[in-house]
Ligand binder design. Structure first.
Ligand code: NAG
Ligand code: NAG
Length: 666
C-alpha cells in the first residue's frame, strides 16, 4: 500500500498566468508521476527481468531520439554522437605507402614544421628541407634534422614614419605556422582575441598604433628564407629513415587496397623566393579559386571586392607589382542556364555576366588580369584528375556526403554522363530547388579539392571576405584548412593544397574507395585513419573565421573585436554595439585575421539601403535598374556588412585608398 501512497510526487503548486492574465492553479502536485512508482509497478506486472529489459530499451530509445533531434536525423552525425559505435576505418593504403606520402611532402618542403610525425608511420629520422640547417649538428626535435635555408625573422613596421597605413608584406615572406599555432591553438586554450593581436603586431598591421608590450619579440612569426643553400644532406638518397615494425594499421575491409607502391611524381626541391628568376614560382601558382552555382549575386561580388581591396594586385600602378601577383578565378557552374546540353555554354556565360550588374564591373579592362571568370564543366574537371579519370564514371553514387548518398541512376551509356552540368542534375532526378541546392553543396565540397589538386592555389568559400594581404600564407608551402570550431575536425571553407601533391593523390584515391565523399567531416576521418592529418594543417579559427567560437558560446568573456553572438550580427549589428562599424571602419573588423567567413546568409543583403553595385558612373550601366528599385532609407546606424561594402566600393570609385594606402587612380 505504500506504493499507492506515493503514486504522485508531492510537488508544490505552481501559479501560471494564462493568456487572459488570470492566475490559475495548474501543474500542481498531481501532474508529475513518481518514476519509482512506475518502476515498481512495471516490475510487479512483468517480473524484474523483463521489466528491467523494457526499461533499458525505452532508455536507449529516448537517448537515440534526443541524439537524432540534435543531429537533424543525419545518420552520420548520429553515429558520431554515440561514443561506443566506432567508425569503420577508411584506410586503403599500406604503411609503406603512407611513409612514401609523408616522404614526398617532406622532401618537397611541404612540411616546414618541427612537429614530430606520428609514431604509427614510423619515420625515425627526418631530413627536412623545410626547416633550417642548425649549426653543430643540432636537431629541431628527436630525429628531426633541418637541411633547408636559413631563416630571418623580421620585425615589420613601415619605414616611412609619416604613413598611417601598414606596409605591404615583404615579397617572399613566410608565416611560421608553428609560432602561429603556439599563440592561437584552441587546443591549448588560446583566445581568438590574443591571437589576433599577435597576428596584427607581428605583421605591422598596427602601424601607427603600436604600444609597448612585454612580449613583442615572441610575436615575430614572419620570416624570410636566406638564399644560400645550407644543405649538407646530399650524400644520402633518402630524406627519411623508417622503423622496421610491420604494418599493423587497420585497413578498410571488403575493399581492394590501393596497389603498392603508390604512384607519385618526383618531389619538388624547394627554392627560396629570393633565388627565383621570376616573380612567381611556377610550381606554386597564386590562384584564389571560388566556386559559384547559378546567377551571380552580391555575395561573390563582395568576395572579389575584398580581394581587390587587400591583395597585392598592383592595380594602382597600372602594372604588375614586384611581388608575385595573385589572381582570382571565379568558377561558375551555370546550372540554372538552359537545360539542354549547350556547346555555347562559354559564350552564354560571358553574355550573362555582362548583363548581370553584380558581375559586369569585373569585366572592366582594369581588372581583366586579376579577376577571371571560368566555366565549371564537371566532366572536364573530373577527367583532368589522373586519380579519378578512369573510374569516376563507374561510380553509381557519384555524390555522397557525410555518409548520405544521393543517387545518380546507373546508366548503360556512361559516356556522356554529366557532360554538361545540368544534364547530371536531371539524371539525379532533382527538379526541386531544395535537392538542387543539396547537390550544389555536395559538388562544391568536391570542387575545391579538384581545383587545388589540378591547378594549385587556395580555395575560398563564396561567403568569405579577405581582410589582409595573404603573401605570408602563400609563402608557407604546406597544405592547410582550418578547424571546425571546437571540434578537432577540418573546415574546408579555406583550403590550400599544392598542385599534384601526394596528399591530393591520397585524398582522391581514398574518396574513390569511399563513395567519393568529400564532406569536411569525412575528409577529417580519411586523414586521421591514415595518420596524415599532420600534412593538412588545421589552422586556428582566428585566422579565417574569428567569430565562430563566440557564436558557439566559447570565449565570450574575452571576445575579439567585434563581438558577434550570432553570425547574423554581421548583417544586423545589434543596437548596443552598432556605433562601432562607422566609428572604427574596416580597421576595427577582426584586425589581424586573414579573412572572415559569414556562414551562408545568402538571402541577406549586405546593405539594404544601397543594395546595388555602388561603384559610380564608370560602372553605372547595370546600376540604374537596381537603383530605381531601391526603397529602404539610409537612416540610422550602418551594420558591419554595410560598412565593409561601402568601404570596398569607395576604393573602386577612387574616393579612398585600400587598406595599404594605395589609391586606384582612374
Ligand atoms: C613618406 O611618405 C610621404 C607621404 O606619402 C612622402 O611624401 C615621402 O616622400 C615619403 N618619404 C620617404 C622617405 O619615402
Ligand atoms: C565539357 O567537357 C567535355 C569533356 O571535356 C566536353 O566534351 C564538352 O564539350 C564540355 N562542355 C562544354 C559546354 O564546354
Amino acid at each position: 500500500m505504500s506504493i499507492r501512497r506515493h503514486s504522485y510526487l508531492p510537488l508544490p503548486s505552481i501559479a501560471v498566468d494564462d493568456l487572459q492574465g488570470r492566475t490559475r492553479q495548474r501543474y500542481g502536485g498531481n501532474l508529475l508521476f513518481n518514476p519509482r512508482y512506475l518502476y515498481l509497478r512495471l516490475i510487479s506486472r512483468l517480473g524484474r527481468k523483463r521489466g528491467n529489459f523494457l526499461l533499458a530499451v525505452l532508455f536507449a530509445l529516448v537517448i537515440f531520439f534526443i541524439l537524432s533531434l540534435k543531429t537533424n536525423w543525419d545518420p552520420e552525425r548520429i553515429k558520431e554522437g554515440i561514443p561506443f559505435i566506432a567508425h569503420p576505418t577508411t584506410l586503403v593504403y599500406r604503411k609503406d605507402d603512407l611513409q612514401r606520402i609523408w616522404t614526398f611532402e617532406i622532401e618537397s618542403g611541404h612540411f616546414p614544421s618541427t612537429k614530430p610525425s606520428p609514431k604509427e608511420i614510423g619515420l625515425t629520422k627526418i631530413f627536412n628541407p623545410g626547416l633550417p640547417l642548425l649549426p653543430n649538428d643540432q636537431v629541431h626535435g628527436p630525429g628531426i634534422h633541418g637541411t633547408g635555408f636559413g631563416r630571418v625573422y623580421a620585425a615589420i613596421q613601415h619605414e616611412n614614419l609619416s604613413i598611417a597605413f601598414p606596409p605591404r608584406p615583404i615579397p617572399g615572406s613566410i608565416a611560421d605556422m608553428d609560432i602561429v599555432m603556439q599563440h592561437c591553438s584552441f587546443s591549448s586554450h588560446k583566445l581568438v582575441r590574443d591571437c589576433l593581436e599577435v597576428l596584427r603586431v607581428g605583421a605591422g598591421l598596427d602601424n601607427g598604433n603600436r604600444l609597448r608590450r612585454e612580449s613583442l619579440d615572441d610575436w615575430k612569426y614572419i620570416y624570410l628564407e636566406q638564399t644560400q643553400a645550407t644543405s649538407t644532406h646530399t650524400g644520402s638518397t633518402s630524406s627519411v629513415q623508417t622503423d622496421s615494425i610491420p604494418d599493423a594499421l587497420p585497413k578498410r575491409a571488403h575493399t581492394a587496397l590501393e596497389p603498392s607502391p603508390i604512384e607519385l611524381p618526383q618531389a619538388l626541391a624547394p627554392i627560396p623566393y629570393s633565388a627565383l628568376s621570376t616573380a612567381c614560382d611556377p610550381d606554386y601558382p597564386r590562384i584564389f579559386h571560388m566556386y559559384w552555382t547559378g546567377p551571380f549575386t552580391d555575395k561573390p561580388y563582395m568576395a572579389i571586392l575584398s580581394f581587390l581591396f587587400t591583395q597585392n594586385t598592383g592595380l594602382h600602378l597600372h602594372e604588375p607589382p614586384k611581388a608575385c601577383r595573385p589572381v582570382f578565378w571565379v568558377w561558375i557552374n551555370p546550372v540554372s542556364a538552359a537545360s539542354i546540353l549547350d556547346p555555347n555554354a562559354v559564350d552564354d556565360l560571358y553574355k550573362e555576366l555582362q548583363s548581370n550588374p553584380w558581375a559586369s564591373p569585373f569585366l572592366h579592362e582594369r581588372f581583366k588580369n586579376v579577376v577571371q571568370f571560368k566555366l565549371w564543366n564537371t566532366t572536364q574537371q573530373l577527367d583532368s584528375i589522373p586519380e579519378l579519370r578512369d573510374e569516376w564514371r563507374k561510380m553509381h553514387t557519384l555524390f555522397n556526403t557525410g555518409g548520405r548518398i544521393v543517387n545518380v541512376p546507373a546508366e548503360d551509356d556512361h559516356k556522356d554522363m554529366g557532360s554538361q552540368p545540368n544534364d547530371m542534375f536531371h539524371r539525379a532526378g532533382s527538379d526541386s530547388s531544395s535537392s538542387y541546392d543539396r547537390l550544389s553543396v555536395i559538388l562544391s565540397d568536391m570542387a575545391r579539392f579538384v581545383l587545388c589538386h589540378r591547378f594549385g592555389g587556395i580555395y575560398l568559400d563564396a561567403d568569405t571576405i579577405l581582410l589582409r594581404d595573404w603573401e605570408q600564407m602563400w609563402g608557407w608551402r604546406g597544405a592547410f584548412a582550418y578547424r571546425w570550431s571546437r571540434l578537432s575536425r577540418y573546415n574546408t571553407a579555406v583550403l590550400h593544397m599544392n598542385k599534384g601533391s601526394a596528399l591530393g593523390t591520397f585524398l582522391f584515391r581514398t574518396a574513390l574507395k569511399n563513395n567519393l565523399d568529400f564532406h569536411p567531416m569525412t575528409i577529417s576521418r580519411y586523414l586521421k585513419d591514415a595518420y596524415l592529418d599532420g600534412l593538412l594543417l588545421r589552422l586556428p579559427d582566428a585566422l579565417f573565421d574569428s567569430a565562430w567560437l563566440n557564436t558557439e558560446n566559447y570565449q565570450r568573456d574575452r571576445p575579439p573585436q567585434p563581438f558577434f553572438k550570432t553570425f547574423e550580427d554581421f548583417f544586423n549589428t545589434p543596437a548596443v554595439s552598432s556605433a562601432e562599424p562607422v566609428a572604427l571602419g574596416f580597421n576595427g573588423f577582426f584586425r589581424g585575421a586573414f579573412s572572415y567567413h559569414y556562414h551562408n546568409f545568402w538571402w541577406k543583403p549586405f546593405d539594404p539601403a544601397r543594395d546595388w553595385p555602388d561603384l559610380g558612373e564608370r560602372f553605372s550601366e547595370g546600376n540604374t535598374a537596381a537603383t530605381v528599385l531601391q526603397t529602404s532609407s539610409d537612416q540610422g546606424d550602418l551594420s558591419w556588412s554595410a560598412v565593409l561594402k561601402r568601404t570596398f566600393e569607395s576604393y573602386i570609385r577612387g574616393e579612398r585608398c585600400n587598406m595599404y594606402g594605395e589609391w586606384l587612380l582612374w
